[in-house]
Design a protein around this ligand. Structure first.
Ligand code: SAH
Length: 220
């Protein structure tokens, strides 16, 4: 890693992990990943501001009207995915790349789609530069998924979904799980869907969250 990650940053990350544990994140692997990934390097240009704020449990603007998710949300979605090493995971909404990096540290083989060309063009090289070059980034519409690499063991959607994306359900393995914020952006339920057979699913709900909306099509 050729950008600055100091002992101070590491200390702040340790404190953040403790805070997330207090808020109910129980999976130690997820807490370790939060302690490992240098969140302050995922914000784009305004580094001085983010040096101080990156390890607060808050979402922030990352440009193009999009946000880097709150650490608690990243940790909770990661925990609900119940990742085993080497699993193939598809993420919808690359954004800053932070969630993708956390999944990679958890040992997953990560594929991630972003519909905003500018964010895609910023984040793909950033992930490479930070040493996460094994994450495969696509510029595309997440509603279509990434069929050429399907099926996936897990799918995570990081934007509020108004309707169940059928093509994504098709790209899930039997026994696979999808974690998604379902509903309108300010008020959605965190839902985990398990695929038992083609066309046969069960659903669990894990509380209210706020997300930017998942939108159709690409933005050039
Ligand atoms: N996982 C990101 C969160 C970014 S916010 C992070 O860790 O920073 C959600 C992202 O989803 C935004 O970047 C938004 O542009 C993207 N998005 C919304 N609808 C999408 C779609 N249909 N396909 C792909 N990305 C989408």
């Amino acid at each position: 890693m050729n950008q600055l990650d100091t002992y101070r940053h590491k200390g702040l990350r340790k404190e953040l992990a403790v805070k997330l544990r207090d808020k109910g994140i129980a999976d130690q692997n997820v807490l370790n990943a939060i302690e490992t990934v240098p969140r302050h390097l995922f914000f784009g240009n305004d580094t001085i501001f983010f040096e101080t704020h990156a390890y607060e449990d808050k979402a922030f603007q990352i440009g193009e009207g999009q946000t880097i998710s709150q650490p608690y949300t990243v940790a909770r979605q990661s925990e609900l995915l119940e990742i085993s090493p080497r699993e193939k995971i598809l993420e919808i909404g690359t954004g800053s790349g932070y969630q993708a990096a956390v999944l990679a540290v958890l040992g997953a083989r990560v594929f991630s789609i972003e519909r905003h060309r500018k964010l895609f063009e910023r984040t793909k090289p950033l992930l490479e530069q930070l040493g996460y070059s094994h994450i495969k980034c696509f510029f595309g519409d997440g509603f279509e998924g990434a069929p050429s690499y399907a099926p996936y063991d897990k799918i995570i959607i990081t934007a509020a979904v108004p309707e169940l994306p059928k093509k994504l359900l098709q790209q899930l393995t039997i026994g696979g799980k999808m974690v998604l914020p379902f509903g309108s952006e300010a008020n959605c339920d965190m839902v985990r869907i398990t695929k038992h057979a083609e066309g046969q699913y069960s659903e669990e709900v894990f509380g209210k969250f706020a997300f930017v909306p998942m939108l159709k099509g690409r933005v050039f």
